[in-house]
Write a protein that binds this ligand. Sequence first.
Ligand code: ACM
Ligand code: ZN
Length: 682
Amino acid sequence: MILNNKILSVGCVAVALLCASPVNALGHAADVIPAITDISVTKGVFTLPERGATFRIKGADADALASYLSQSVLGVSDAKGGKHADIDINILGRGDAESYTMDITPKGISVKAADEAGAFYAVQTLVQMTSDGRDRVVECCRISDKPRFGYRGLHFDVSRHFRSKEFLKKQIDAMAMMKMNNMHLHLTDGAGWRMEIESYPRLTEFAAWRPERSWQEWRNNGTKYCEQSDPRAQGGFYTKDDLREIVRYAADRHINVIPEIEMPGHSEEVLSAYPELSCSGRPYENADFCVGKEATFKFLEDVLSEVIDVFPSEYIHIGGDEAGKGAWRECPDCKARMERENLENVDQLQSYLIKRMERFINAKGRKIIGWDEILEGGVAPNATVMSWRGTEGGITALKSGHDVIMTPGSYCYIDYSQDAPFKEPVSIGGYTPLSKVYSYEPLEPGLTEADASHLLGVQANLWSEYVTEDSHAEHMYYPRAYAIAEIGWSRPGKNYGDFHRRSLAMNDLMRERGYAVFDLANEYGERKESLDSVSHAGAGAKVIYNLPYHSKYPGGGDTTLTDGLRGGWNNNDGRWQGTLDDVDLTVDLGRVMPVHYIGAAFFHSEGAWIHLPEKVIISVSDDGETFREAGTVWCDVDPAYPKIMVKDYGVAVNTDARYVRLHAVKNPRPGAWLFTDEIIIN
Ligand code: ACM
Ligand code: ZN
């Protein structure tokens, strides 16, 4: 036990410093995730009696919390009218939403909460403080705690791989412990429809099933669905009763469940079951609903009516991302709609659909959330924007007075690998370790107070194309969800070292509770070669591009390949340079000099369509005109290798030269990218 002999008022930042002490372990206020807003340590300790600990709750809606507490790991029972209660909870019905204070004295614990959620979060704090597995002793202190943002979300892609109701309830328990309050259920996508809809039974008789369990195998076999009765059928769906049970379970833990029904894109599964809703009228041809046909609107309104009936959420997510829109340009129905409605382009046609669905949803007393593509062609008037393609869309939306939830891909997409790819399961690519997630600050400079008032909060997304098993999903969620929880709840002024320490302890607790968390204690981290600069004869040399690099992936521009900095596990880290063509360039060393080694590194990420070059031809010259071949290196890696890797292609030489030409012949797969970094010349 520490810090128990004097009153010490500490805010979040100071807590972080105090917690640098190695004696800390989960079990007191400074160890809690998300970090508590304010802690004043006082004298003494309180021991929760092993047997017969009691609680009393006064105030609105006390019954639900009493029922939760009675079944909680705290092992406490309702003192009812008794004189003394070890934990005395008062729900005041006033104050900042979800806030609470907790006074721990040697005689007992007194909680004052603004609302039932605040009281629930006080209990979660206490659960973490007493969960170190050693004893039920807590240091006396006064806690004052409230969330920074009202929306703290976690996203579940149950389309790409269906997850059971039990899995979702288990994650709801973890979310509750982290004071997260919104579960985003991505219920529909090309890989499978997951909600019982009575008016369209083929959605769950057919579009919820496929012959292959894993998304990758399904994709490789042509993305076909099958009948539920097919012996090969894999997948599933939630009945309305299942969903009501999940919603109730979440609500008991102060978590709102937001259903997402994708439109107009990512809808291959619907259009396979009901091809008349597509532009072509044929299954397996279109991914987007036909916006020209009235049948599409009837379908979406019927579906949303059933969704709204099951989910009490104020927000209904209508997707809106990544529609291809190509078929709309040729479709007579879409063209007629555009003409009738004076729509100038397909972006406005999508906007027509989203606005019309918003009117429908608003009329039912609900609001829409859409991915940031809903800004294109004109945003629906009352829409909340979920910003995923960076934060630009979110900032634009904030500045036009729209509410925003920030979930920028480079920080909040936890389908990216969190550690060195060679030790991680196959992922979609990228590299987003815990430290990167934790470094995210949603309130960017330049936002006014008025803008900031529309920033509802943050969310982490786990797209599950590569995540077949439940245990793999948990590995991806935790500990990175802890970081999002803390960004959403705690005040800025972060100390990653302290958060890392608390995450290790939280991982222990989560493991005890049966979660398959990522082994943070044995994190390998960033690619070692990228951590230090490399000095070599080519460093700082001019690069003449015989073929240009792609404007989307310039890395650091013309100096990228000779700047002495090697790329890491993320091909978007600013050090890798990408092209859809061959790499063909010449390095000018400035003068003729002895050369013994020439090489470069290339990136492989099958999920991101980045492939190693088929071969790299290296040649040298004294005058930049006449080149002699120094060597050719061939690819010896299977292009289908599923993980990210970095491979050096190099040749030993023994010559004098001023110019080094490197011609990397790209993999012939259509659409394959080629990513290069540091050309090393010695
Ligand atoms: C998304 O990642 N397509 C929202
Ligand atoms: Zn159409």
